[in-house]
Design a protein around this ligand. Sequence first.
Ligand SMILES: Nc1ncnc2c1ncn2[C@@H]1O[C@H](COP(=O)(O)OP(=O)(O)O)[C@@H](O)[C@H]1O
Ligand SMILES: [Mg+2]
Length: 239
Amino acid sequence: MNPLLEIRNLAVAYGDVQALWDVSLNVEEGTIVSVLGANGAGKSTLMRTISGLMRPRSGEILFEGKVFSGKRPQQITAAGICHVPEGRGLFSQLTVQENLELGAYLPSVRGYFAQSLERVFELFPKLKERRHQQANSLSGGEQQMVAIGRAIMARPKLLILDEPSLGLSPIIVRQMFELIEALNRQGVTILIVEQNIRQALKIATRAYVLHTGRVAMEGRAEDLLANPEIQKAYMGTLD
Ligand SMILES: Nc1ncnc2c1ncn2[C@@H]1O[C@H](COP(=O)(O)OP(=O)(O)O)[C@@H](O)[C@H]1O
Ligand SMILES: [Mg+2]
């Protein structure tokens, strides 16, 4: 069987500055795949290229066995890839519910609107309480939940999360990872970028380590978690 997402020999550049070299990566359906690496390693660039916001210079992206590189972001979302960007991208003046509604703008998912909203409120009961509050009045953790909730409204097959734990307190980070696991158990395949290496490896099936735009290491998450090189380079004495 084909992987849900297959990336072959991807090269991506910003003008003359190349950010990714020869990156290959697979995401099997039903799994959680983590992409790790230092600041500037190219993680966000990779996610932006998958969701069509950047065009690869060379290489291929296949989703459900079909070539996707070169398609527009909206076509990619319609096919079932949803990207929660670094920094969340909420509309801060709109209410929680209005932000969630924007996630269901595609005609193909509009019919599921009520059902999807119920699903989001079940996962994040706090958002139900705060549905009529402006997004910018929420805590960082709640705003991240709105961003993920908005993505769920689009009924994705593949959910891309770029540093969802950034700026959140340790307790909220733990809750965030539990929610990501719960979503995965509901059948959503997840590609997650994290600097919270240990927790990202704990929930993942497989992981890739990017180093200056190249895949430096890849493997089963549990093997990487036990790998002394990874521990030394990325985990230090943190958590
Ligand atoms: N808009 C941009 N214009 C030019 N270079 C960029 C831009 N965004 C990122 N880069 C460069 O691309 C490289 C990878 O960045 P990025 O994908 O954001 O890394 P990460 O998400 O792993 O921190 C870095 O060297 C960064 O400086
Ligand atoms: Mg980034």
